[in-house]
Design a binder for this molecule. Structure first.
Ligand code: AQP
Length: 342
């Protein structure tokens, strides 16, 4: 599982396929950018990449419809703004490809209640949204398995919080293949080279999340003033020494890790650049690094948001391309389980 697969290591000419997604449940954070989105751009030459806006997944938590629409379009524009080329990557909205929900129903019938009950994300999210513990939240991993298996993806970029879901996807695929023959590619995890986990600015024991209160995260669309204010207010500690020590100094360590991830400088060199300096210098330097990273992306974002016709064209082409691929798998599944062809 942990061995990195590359097209070279398999000896096949054809590029391996990668699928990943992001939920439009808010404006993406610096965590989404560092942990996922910026890596996507690096994969396009080597792999056959599909990236989706996981809007179906996002309604497992109640969303305001007009906000969801706005966040979805913004997120799509951001995929382009970070440099994902729609000629090299298939970019689409999950809800534009109905095969995801069709396959999900079938796979629900090959998944056991006991397996779903063990999912830690279900336990966490149902504790966080105790007024809305819906069946979608419970069967979320089956929809995720469908997303992956529909495209016969070889690799799925996973953070630590998603490994359990990938495992269940592999179990479902193996179970289905065991009954019906080789229908699904059993996917492996892809572990990005730069996969830092970014923590909340207000509670560095928890990961930075786009649906948390505003002061906990830096959004990819935050203004320079907002970024300055949020970093200034970020939780540190009362001892003034700058060192990387996530256990005893989680707040400071998080700031150092963000700087290292964005500049590409090693943690050691970031830490040593602050020798004899205080938290104020760390915070103002990091603020500049974040602004310098995000402002070119924001300029591109504004350009795409002003060209709705182009955006629509890209997402329609993406949906057509994804549907074509999805249909190949879905037809096979329908036939295998015994449904009558039209
Ligand atoms: N804090 C983080 N650090 C590193 N990577 C992160 N990711 C999310 N937060 C961090 C990675 O971003 C990708 C897309 O995530 P998602 O939107 O599909 O779902 P999520 O992990 O639930 O993200 P959020 O921001 O926490 O959303 P909400 O608040 O709606 O639950 C994933 O690859 C994820 O690992």
């Amino acid at each position: 599982m942990n061995q990195q697969i590359t097209p070279e290591s398999t000896g096949v000419e054809k590029k391996l396929r990668i699928l990943s997604g992001i939920q439009p449940s808010g404006t993406p954070t610096l965590g989404n950018y560092i942990g996922a989105m910026r890596n996507w751009k690096l994969l396009a030459d080597e792999y056959d990449c599909l990236y989706m806006i996981a809007d179906l997944h996002s309604i497992t938590v109640r969303q305001d419809p007009s906000k969801l629409r706005q966040q979805s379009i913004q997120l799509f524009a951001l995929l382009l703004a970070i440099g994902l080329d729609p000629e090299k990557n298939v970019l689409f909205f999950q809800s534009h490809v109905p095969q995801h929900t069709q396959l999900s129903w079938v796979l629900n019938c090959f998944t056991y209640m006991g397996e779903m009950s063990r999912m830690t994300q279900f336990k966490d999210k149902s504790a966080k949204h105790s007024d809305n513990i819906n069946c979608g939240l419970f069967t979320y991993p089956v929809l995720m398995a469908s997303d992956i298996l529909l495209y016969q993806a070889n690799l799925v970029p996973v953070g630590a919080d998603q490994t359990q879901h990938l495992e269940i996807c592999r179990d479902i695929a193996t179970r289905f293949n065991g009954i019906y023959g080789n229908v699904f590619t059993v996917p492996e995890g892809y572990y990005p080279k730069f996969g830092a986990r970014v923590m909340s600015l207000q509670d560095p024991a928890r990961k930075m999340s786009k649906s948390d209160p505003d002061d906990c995260f830096i959004s990819m669309l935050d203004s320079a003033d907002n970024i300055r204010r949020k970093i200034k207010r970020a939780v540190t500690d009362s001892d003034a020494e700058i060192r990387f020590d996530p256990e005893n100094k989680p707040g400071v360590s998080n700031l150092l890790a963000i700087q290292s991830a964005l500049t590409g400088d090693s943690l050691d060199s970031v830490v040593s650049s602050y020798e004899g300096k205080g938290y104020g210098v760390l915070k103002s330097t990091l603020t500049d690094v974040i602004i310098n990273t995000l402002s070119p992306i924001q300029n591109e974002f504004n350009r795409y948001m002003n060209d709705r016709a182009y955006l629509e064209n890209v997402w329609r082409n993406g949906a057509d391309h994804a549907s074509y691929l999805a249909n190949k798998t879905l037809s096979k599944v329908m036939k295998k389980v015994g449904f009558i062809a039209k």
